[in-house]
Design a protein around this ligand. Structure first.
Ligand SMILES: C[S@@+](CC[C@H](N)C(=O)[O-])C[C@H]1O[C@@H](n2cnc3c(N)ncnc32)[C@H](O)[C@@H]1O
Length: 380
């Protein structure tokens, strides 16, 4: 099982100029200003200042919660993010969701080029003007599209304060996508970051972490308080750094993702109880039968030995004979039992153990991925 080689990573640092953007905050796209009772003095002062700025500069710009428009305005934190990203002067940086350009301006100073993908036309207009006013227009390419529906051009690094509502599909697109890059430094919801950072045995080790960490290393960079954003979101944030692994296991990605969806489907259940669920058994039986005729080895009735029971013409394959769901279930459980997995919890297993279990199932003709589905999710 192995190998795909990826680029080496290295270092750079750059000092950046401070730029504090003033912005309008509206709770949604209607003209209602934020009115939620709030006794936090600091926050009230913040919002008042923002409203004053609104009249001066950006009248009519509403920040939409549904688009995750929480803008990071603290220059010190923006500088730290850029420093921790290790941008080289020759790099092309991909920024997702540049908004009004607070981070973009700093990236433009540090990198050779920035490619920014932004959905909101109003943001694009503000960004374009700001960048051109500072003489950086020729270094920036703006793609005005939904990032999840965009094919990326070449880039070396990702640095972004992303909309949190697309964190999971976006991380999937980056780590399982076709672009090769050195690292992605992302500002994410704190809870989501913690789940990405979890390791086998940790209470919050989960499907998201197991899938991402199959192909990438994840490192904590820093926490960022919700107070640093305009408007402040309800949750705190963290910056993490995702570095694609140079060597990754040679496993069918869709099969792996479907397998982990089954294993991590219910928190804290043992594999034995996960695979005893009637619905799961029926589903697996049907998926595995769908592979009948493909070049798979099948197991004998007592399980495990993939070499022994395939007749030479392939017709007596047990996937065909074993139409009874309870017999199929016994075969699945037998694999778990004879290999010591039945009483184990998936959240305690290493990648090596999970990959081994998947290969035991596949060798036995038991498959998880619906080959008619194009879905690629990491943690639902
Ligand atoms: C959290 S804000 C970050 C803004 C800016 N980078 C900052 O730090 O101040 C997220 C930005 O992503 C944009 N956005 C939301 N959904 C998007 C999508 N699907 N594709 C591209 N951009 C999106 C929003 O319009 C918003 O400008």
């Amino acid at each position: 099982m192995i190998l795909r080689l990826k680029d080496q990573t290295l270092i750079k640092i750059n000092s950046t100029r401070s730029y504090l953007s003033s912005l309008v905050f509206r709770r949604d796209s209607h003209s209602q200003a934020r009115t939620k009772p709030d006794h936090d003095r600091r926050r009230r002062g913040y919002e008042r200042d923002v409203r004053i700025e609104e009249k001066k500069e950006h009248d009519g710009l509403f920040l939409c919660k549904s688009k995750g428009q929480h803008l990071l305005t603290n220059t010190r934190i923006l500088d730290s993010i850029v420093r921790s990203s290790d941008i080289r002067p020759t790099d092309t940086v991909l920024e997702i969701g540049p908004g009004t350009g607070n981070l973009t301006m700093k990236l433009l100073e540090a990198a050779q080029n920035v490619v920014a993908v932004e959905l909101d036309k109003r943001m694009v207009e503000i960004l374009r003007k700001r960048v051109s006013d500072h003489g950086f227009a020729d270094k920036l390419t703006i793609i005005q599209k939904d990032v999840l529906k965009t094919d990326f051009p070449h880039f070396d690094l990702v640095v972004a304060n992303i909309p949190y509502n697309i964190s999971s599909p976006l991380v999937a697109k980056l780590v399982y996508g076709s672009n090769t890059f050195r690292s992605a430094t992302l500002l994410l919801q704190k809870e989501f970051s913690r789940r990405l950072l979890a390791n086998p045995g940790d209470s919050d080790f989960n499907r998201l972490a197991v899938n991402v960490k199959l192909v990438a290393d994840v490192k904590f960079v820093m926490d960022v308080s919700k107070r640093e954003f305009v408007p402040p979101p309800k949750v705190d944030s963290s910056v993490i750094r995702i570095t694609p692994k140079e060597i990754i296991p040679d496993v069918n990605v869709q099969e792996w993702l479907a397998f982990t969806r089954t294993c991590f489907g219910k928190k804290n259940k043992t594999l034995g109880s996960m695979f005893r669920q009637k619905k799961k058994v029926m589903e697996l039986q049907s998926l595995s039968a769908g592979r009948h005729g493909s070049n798979v080895e099948v197991m004998n009735q007592t399980g495990g030995d993939s070499d022994s029971d395939v007749e030479e013409d392939g017709k007596d394959d047990l996937l065909c004979l074993d139409t009874d769901a309870s017999m199929f279930k016994e075969r699945v459980i037998e694999i778990l039992r004879t290999n010591g997995f039945e009483e184990k919890r998936p959240s305690k297993l290493s990648h090596r153990e999970l990959l081994h279990l998947l290969s035991l199932f596949n060798q036995a003709g038991i498959f998880f991925h619906d080959i008619t589905s194009l879905q690629m999710d990491l943690h639902e």
